[in-house]
Design a protein around this ligand. Structure first.
Ligand code: FMN
Length: 211
């Protein structure tokens, strides 16, 4: 089977998403200029640079309004928080994806406690093993190509503050990803937690560099 996404609408989201998987989930909290808090998951998400620390997430166009609340908020305020989506918090993550009307606080919807940010206004998910406070660097519009496409917007955020729950620090002072158990998304409504963890030392790297 071959699909040409420039000339057909056959590359349904579910196919593309099922191929590029598992994806980490950016659980993004934001706040509107008038102070309405918002929380939603985005699996079109990743880090794109470590020095400086930069991450991205992408919002597609909703059918019922001009843009998603998250995009509107980060555009208006220039701030957001990435909250680690753990397997343990999977039901809350899913709940916060509901297309709640503007002004509905998804923290309350999912019975999540808030913790304050240090350098940004949006609150953090207190139960998340880690949170990254971010300032918007740039928002890039991905214009439609095929007939049935809609625009997407990629938000680039620079990390300006890092919170880690003490119980998720290992003996060497590093974040214990295995203990925190990230929730990842596959295609459709499939999710996964990490399977067996292995270590593969790079043969061409000196031990000191590999840390
Ligand atoms: C696990 C998961 C991942 C999602 N990833 C994305 C994504 O990458 N981009 C997107 O536009 N919507 C994504 N969604 C849907 C949004 O979370 C949903 O549209 C949400 O209502 C947006 O909220 P907002 O309008 O408050 O910003 C995802 C939903 C789930 C459950």
């Amino acid at each position: 089977m071959f699909i040409d996404p420039e000339h057909s609408a056959d590359l349904k989201r579910s196919i593309f998403n099922a191929i590029v998987a598992p994806r980490p989930i950016g659980w993004i909290s934001s706040i509107s200029q008038s102070g309405h808090v918002n929380l939603a998951p985005f699996s079109h998400f990743n880090i794109v640079s470590t020095a400086p620390p930069v991450l991205i997430f992408s919002c597609n166009s909703p059918e019922d309004r001009l843009e998603k609340d998250t995009l509107a908020n980060v555009r208006a305020t220039g701030e957001f928080v990435y909250n680690f989506a753990s397997y343990e918090l999977r039901d809350a993550v899913n709940m916060t994806s509901s297309p709640a009307p503007h002004g509905v606080d998804e923290f309350e919807l999912a019975h999540l406690e808030k913790a304050p940010g240090v350098k940004v206004r949006p609150p953090r998910v207190a139960a998340s093993p880690a949170n990254l406070e971010c300032r918007v660097l740039r928002i890039v519009e991905i214009a439609p190509v095929a007939k049935d496409d809609t625009a997407s917007h990629v938000v680039f955020g620079r990390v300006v503050g890092v919170h880690i729950g003490d119980q998720y620090l290992d003996a060497a002072g590093r974040f214990d990803t295995v203990k925190a158990r990230p929730l990842t998304r596959l295609g459709g409504i499939q999710y996964a937690a990490p399977g067996p963890v292995i270590e593969l030392p790079q043969p061409f790297r000196r031990a000191a560099e590999a840390k």
